[in-house]
Design a protein around this ligand. Structure first.
Ligand SMILES: Nc1ncnc2c1ncn2[C@@H]1O[C@H](COP(=O)(O)OP(=O)(O)O)[C@@H](O)[C@H]1O
Ligand SMILES: [Mg+2]
Length: 407
């Protein structure tokens, strides 16, 4: 009798897919599970909690997601579920047949908790409609949005290929030329979206797919993100849902006017990971990673991969500037530089920016240095001064009153 049930297998796949544990941790758990469950049957999920790879609440949430999503996916009218394609931080993606046209599609099923927020549901449909107006070879085509059995779903073009993340999790590093080709295709997708006033908000390796013929497709375009997604990431200790390796500083700060420059940061962080084999900022929990996005100076990519051209390194640094005003203003400007590098010319926009920022700093009489002030701390400092001033003032006031009473 085999120890591992289908259920355990699915749980393992999803735990890794959603970033809760590493492949190695899963393998260790599975080995131990095989041995232990011979004596007495135990669920893989319970064992992984016991081994400290998952928290109880993470395991619980994953189990609930698995149990409920499949049965409701089967209830979506007009589609026949063929199997599971993957899972992310907030959803499960299924391969399905669209019965009317007899074609294969991908269906993303959002967890039930999303439906409980009417504001989110409104945005989900609004952005779904906006995504429906996008038509670009480098964007996964939106097909339909709807609700079935209390679940909201998003039907899209099925992409037969792999994600960049699939390559990176195995420690892969991309050749510069290959990475450039991919990033150029994504930048074209972003340019198209910007023209239609759509921001992606979650550009990352898992949302970039590559087909066998080399065509790159940006996935999840126009899929509204829940703001509490970030809060979830902040709440979770250790291995969090949706670890924020690629998120722009202004998104961490909760800015409401997020624009295309946030996507340029996400693409820059992805580019960085592709050519160096490392995420730009690493720490053992989400909060620390986010702090680094806000404050820590980026290690230039050519310091990690010395074979990288100076041009590519500069472009990545500008894409990942902490202040969005210091980044490329839009994907069109970015493309100008990416294509220049591809053709062996120096990046025009990057050089321009570099010159201007150096001049400004010299004029200010500053040494050229990191100046990513965190306004949170600034605000705290101001409060502190105010409190001290108020304290001093009330102290003096009571002294005066005391003196007046004595006289
Ligand atoms: N349109 C699609 N066609 C084929 N596979 C897809 C498609 N969209 C997503 N997937 C697969 O499903 C996985 C999970 O996707 P998703 O839930 O969007 O994760 P994330 O939230 O991390 O982006 C992806 O890593 C990918 O392997
Ligand atoms: Mg995705």
């Amino acid at each position: 009798m085999t120890a591992e049930t289908n259920y355990d297998t699915l749980f393992g796949v999803m735990a890794v897919d959603s970033g809760l544990c590493t492949k190695q941790e899963l393998q260790k758990s599975q080995k131990k599970h095989k041995v232990e469950s011979q004596a007495n049957p135990i669920l893989l999920s319970d064992l992984m909690v016991a081994m400290g790879y998952l928290t109880k609440s993470q395991a619980q949430r994953l189990l609930t997601d698995i149990k409920t999503s499949k049965s409701s996916a089967k209830k979506i009218p007009g589609y026949k579920i063929l199997g599971k394609l993957g899972a992310g931080a907030m959803a499960v993606v299924y391969k399905a047949n669209q019965i009317s046209l007899n074609r294969t599609v991908a269906i993303k099923l959002l967890p039930k908790r999303f439906s409980q927020n009417p504001e989110y549901v409104k945005r989900f449909y609004k952005e779904g409609q906006a995504a429906g107006k996008l038509h670009h070879n480098n964007i996964v085509q939106a097909i339909d949005v709807g609700e079935a059995g209390g679940y909201h779903y998003f039907v899209m073009e099925y992409v037969d290929g792999k994600t960049i993340s699939d390559d990176l999790v195995d420690g892969g590093v991309y050749e510069e030329e290959r990475a450039l080709d991919i990033v150029i295709q994504v930048a074209r997708a972003l340019e198209h979206a910007t023209a239609r006033k759509l921001v992606h908000r979650d550009v990352k390796p898992k949302n970039i797919m590559i087909m066998a013929d080399g065509t790159v497709k940006l996935a999840d375009m126009g899929l509204a993100r829940e703001t509490t997604d970030l809060e979830t990431a902040q709440d979770e200790e250790g291995k969090a849902y949706g670890t924020p390796y690629y998120i722009a500083p202004e998104q961490i700060r909760g800015a409401i006017d997020i624009d295309g420059r946030a996507d340029i940061y996400g693409l820059g962080a992805t580019f960085y990971h592709m050519v160096t084999g490392r995420v730009p900022f690493m720490a053992d929990d989400s909060a620390k990673i986010m702090k680094k996005h806000l404050r820590e100076r980026l290690v230039p990519p050519d310091h990690i991969n010395a074979s990288l051209t100076a041009g590519t390194s500069e472009v990545i640094e500008i894409m990942m500037a902490k202040r969005r005003e210091d980044r490329y203003a839009n994907a069109t400007e970015l493309l100008e530089d990416l294509e220049a590098i591809r053709d062996g010319r120096p990046p025009v926009q990057a050089r321009k920016r570099f010159d201007v920022s150096m001049l400004e700093k010299l004029e200010e009489g500053d040494s050229v240095q990191d100046e990513t002030d965190d306004y949170d701390e600034e605000t705290i400092a101001k409060y502190r001064v105010a409190v001290i001033a108020l304290g001093a003032f009330s102290g003096v006031l009571s002294l005066v009153i005391l003196l007046m009473m004595l006289l």
